[in-house]
Design a protein around this ligand. Structure first.
Ligand SMILES: [Zn+2]
Ligand SMILES: [Zn+2]
Length: 243
């Protein structure tokens, strides 16, 4: 396409200079943050929980955290490039609620190193139909589509359905979140696509893990061999902007 040439990009950048995704300061490259905002991101590095991706202190290698040892989730492993803090919250809200779809390539750039090699199919966490109706798009599906496009992995946003609206989970305890999400998702797999495949479940943020767990349970019940989870960010209890 003519718009993909360097000359065309230079013209576009001149007319519509790329902006920082957080403060809208002009930046040199598109889909990034300015030098003031970049340090506000905290990327997750080892040592971290080898199951739920939460950063760990006082150990020198990845291992399951106390929570995952006590109550192992049904998904195998969660991956996230970033810790969920106030800055990431702003970015994710923009992606979710406003006209923030153009932020997708930036999120893809950060998440691409977290994609397990043996993934067979991408399944986004679905919105309840009413939320989808009012929002017009599902941010998890949009991110999933970008990942599928760049990795040639299959994606199916219609396998998993949310049959129970579970708005405002924020104030609930972890146990109540799990209880509230029980049976919230069903699988519609008439062609048996899920039999013995490794699923990569996509969502924006992993908080208590209750949503991912409920989705994983439905996918495993339908025959999936394994479910991993990929989100943009992982909420951590002692960070700002987190529950
Ligand atoms: Zn900025
Ligand atoms: Zn853990």
């Amino acid at each position: 396409m003519i718009f993909n040439t360097p000359a065309a990009q230079a013209v576009i950048n001149f007319l519509l200079p790329p902006q920082c995704a957080l403060c809208r300061e002009i930046t040199k490259e598109p889909y990034t943050l300015c030098s003031d905002c970049w340090p506000k991101l905290r990327f997750i590095t080892s040592p971290k929980c080898s199951v739920c991706c939460v950063p760990l202190d006082d150990v020198d290698h990845d291992m399951p955290c106390t929570d995952c040892l006590k109550h192992p989730p049904v998904f195998s492993k969660a991956y996230a490039p970033l810790i969920y803090n106030d800055s990431v919250k702003k970015l994710v809200l923009r992606y979710k609620n406003y006209d923030g779809l153009h932020l997708g390539p930036m999120f893809f750039g950060w998440t691409q190193r977290c994609i397990p090699n043996d993934t067979n199919i991408i399944v986004p966490v679905p919105l309840h139909w009413w939320r989808f109706f009012t929002r017009q798009y599902n941010q998890a599906t949009e991110l999933g589509k970008l990942i599928a496009k760049h990795t040639n992995l299959a994606i199916n946003p219609n396998l998993l359905k949310r049959v129970k609206s579970t708005a405002s989970q924020g104030h609930k305890t972890k146990l109540l979140r799990y209880e509230n999400l029980k049976d919230a998702f069903i699988v519609m797999d008439t062609k048996n696509i899920l039999q013995k495949v490794n699923v990569l479940l996509i969502d924006d943020v992993l908080t208590s893990g209750a949503t991912a767990n409920a989705c994983a349970q439905a996918l495993l019940n339908a025959g999936a061999a394994r479910v991993d989870v990929l989100t943009i960010a992982r909420a951590v209890k002692d960070n700002n902007g987190t529950p």
